[in-house]
Design a protein around this ligand. Structure first.
Ligand code: G6P
Ligand code: ZN
Length: 541
């Protein structure tokens, strides 16, 4: 086998964001763009010689091409083995599980998550470490530094590997194993959840919709929900992964999965509706007649987790990202377990999970998961809900209402201003930051500011500090708003406003109305409309 060293010139824009390097496909198609990044990843790691690397993606446009490049570069760099999902498919949580189960050195997850796919849409590469989770910042910083200095990459001269045939071959001087992308993951789910109880619920006529949005969870949902749990055929919709996700945004929110929402609110709604995103790590949960916000879902799953065999022993702790509502905090308090508030980005949960400080984690951005893998996990959340519904024999709506009656309700909403001009967005944030010290004690729209800061996280496990993770303005009585810039957008800036209000005994208000004062207060304080020139958000969730 010949290894070629190819000269290259660096790109200056390969900074991994919240979740790996994400760019438009034409950017990735530039000469050596993917090669440079993959080589920079390997150059930033130590000790992988002879070890295994997992490679898989969500099946989006350009997935197969990058998988072939990654295999050849891994071979040239001395990996002993590559484990690839058949057809190049591995959901993000399944990739995390495969890395852990087969004790691989790490993995390359090819995805741009919930962003659209296709020749002019998004692609992404993320490196996950041996615990199955996204690489921590010290590695992604090293990767970025390397991308700016790289002068050559190594690639094996090898024929394309047939990734559509399950089995093991020798290629490029290493072992290439093509695996069923679903099998190991489905087995793991069987160890965590009461499949008998869920099966009995379906057998009793329980009806459900799962919308895979033409993305990676299709084959997983078919196998687990329909084949293993006996849900009626047709329960999984849009289950064939397509390179362009059928032209839709594979983002399971109330905008892009509106059809599901409408169905669940309609007269013939099934009992339960759910969806997942491009790479299978996000979830949308809608009960008959009720949308469960991700923040509430985290709290409700945590409160009921013991009903599932995998969590029978109880939770060690709960973690949530800072902009996620404090609903889970009340559950943690009631359970007498720790609650951790981390910056946005699943990678910040890794240390807490590894250290056994948290069992369940969640984010307002529709991510929930546990210590079973080191990524958030869309189908896991759906299955935990099903397990709870099967054991409690109540509707999702009844469970939510009883939850609020016990803990109170955190009304919550996120307003996104997408593709805002970057300079304007940065100006808004820096002006707001400058104002923070003067805010406490002032009154806005009848609300008194109790505290205001730019969130900094002190990781209790490794002592690292992450600053500037979002501006929060907290009011007396537990209401607050948070403003931060998205780390996952690919054009312009996306400004996110998160608003939250705690109500002890009124649970039937309209969310946007319940939050109207806070939304107005945020605009008064931050000047959202004046800075962005937008009268209203692009997306409200
Ligand atoms: C990705 C990450 C999540 C994060 C989300 C929010 O999905 O995996 O952990 O919460 O992005 O990103 P953004 O920076 O756009 O708010
Ligand atoms: Zn995702």
């Amino acid at each position: 086998m010949t290894i070629r060293t190819v000269e290259t010139t660096p790109y200056d824009d390969q900074k991994p964001g919240t979740s790996g390097l994400r760019k438009k496909v034409p950017v990735f198609q530039q000469k050596n763009y993917a090669e440079n990044f993959i080589q920079s990843v390997f150059d930033s790691l130590d000790g992988f010689s002879g070890k295994a690397l997992v490679i898989g993606g969500d099946g989006r446009y350009y997935n197969r091409e990058v998988i072939q490049k990654a295999i050849a570069i891994a071979a040239a760099n001395g990996f002993g083995k590559v484990i690839v999902g058949k057809g190049g498919i591995l959901s993000t949580p399944a990739a995390s599980h495969i890395i852990r189960k087969y004790m691989a050195f790490g993995g390359l997850v090819l995805s741009a998550s919930h962003n659209p796919g296709g020749p002019h849409e998004d692609f992404g590469i993320k490196y996950n470490i041996g615990n199955g989770g996204p690489a921590p910042e010290k590695i992604t910083d090293a990767i970025f530094a390397r991308t700016k200095a790289i002068t050559s990459y190594k690639i094996a001269d090898m024929a394309e590997v047939d990734i559509d045939r399950i089995g093991t071959v020798q290629a490029g001087g290493m072992t290439v194993e093509v695996i069923d992308p679903v099998e190991d993951y489905a087995e793991l789910m069987e160890t965590l959840f009461d499949f008998d109880a869920i099966r009995a619920m379906f057998a009793g006529g329980f009806r459900m919709r799962f919308d895979a949005m033409h993305a990676v969870t299709g084959p997983y949902a078919k196998e687990i929900l329909e084949n293993r749990l006996g849900a009626p055929k047709g329960t999984a919709r849009n289950f064939v992964p397509l390179p362009d996700f059928g032209g839709h945004h594979p983002d399971p929110n109330l905008v892009h999965a509106k059809h599901l929402y409408d169905e669940m609110m309609g007269p013939d709604a099934p009992d339960f509706g759910a969806a997942s995103d491009g790479d299978g790590d996000r979830n949308l949960i809608i009960g008959k007649g009720i949308f469960i916000t991700p923040s509430d879902s985290l709290a409700m799953l945590a409160a009921n987790a013991r009903l599932a065999p995998g969590y029978e022993a109880g939770l060690k702790g709960i973690a949530r990202s800072m902009p996620t509502s404090a609903a889970a905090d009340r559950v943690a308090e009631a359970l007498g377990v720790g609650i951790y508030e981390t910056p946005t980005g699943w990678k910040f949960f890794g240390n807490l999970l590894d250290a056994g400080m948290a069992t369940i984690c969640g984010e307002e951005s529709a991510g929930t998961g546990s210590d079973h893998v080191r990524e958030k996990d869309g189908l896991w959340a759906v299955l935990l809900w099903l397990n709870i519904l099967a054991v409690r024999k109540e509707s999702a709506k009844a469970i939510a209402e009883k939850h609020w009656a016990t803990y109170g309700r955190n009304y919550y909403s996120r307003h996104d201003y997408e593709e805002v001009e970057s300079d304007a967005a940065n100006r808004l944030v820096s002006e707001l930051r400058a104002k923070l010290p003067s805010l406490p004690g002032t009154k806005v729209r009848g609300l008194t500011v109790e505290a205001a800061d730019d969130f900094a996280y002190h990781d209790p496990v490794d002592g690292s500090v992450s600053k500037n993770q979002g501006i929060r303005v907290l009011f007396e009585g537990g209401s607050r708003f948070v403003i931060r810039l998205s780390g996952t957008g690919t054009s312009g800036a996306t400004l996110r406003l998160y608003v939250e209000r705690y109500e002890k005994d009124r649970f039937d208000l309209d969310t946007q109305q319940a939050l109207a004062d806070l939304i107005a207060a945020a605009d008064d304080v931050a000047g959202i409309r004046s800075h962005t020139g937008r009268q209203k958000p692009s997306v409200i969730t």
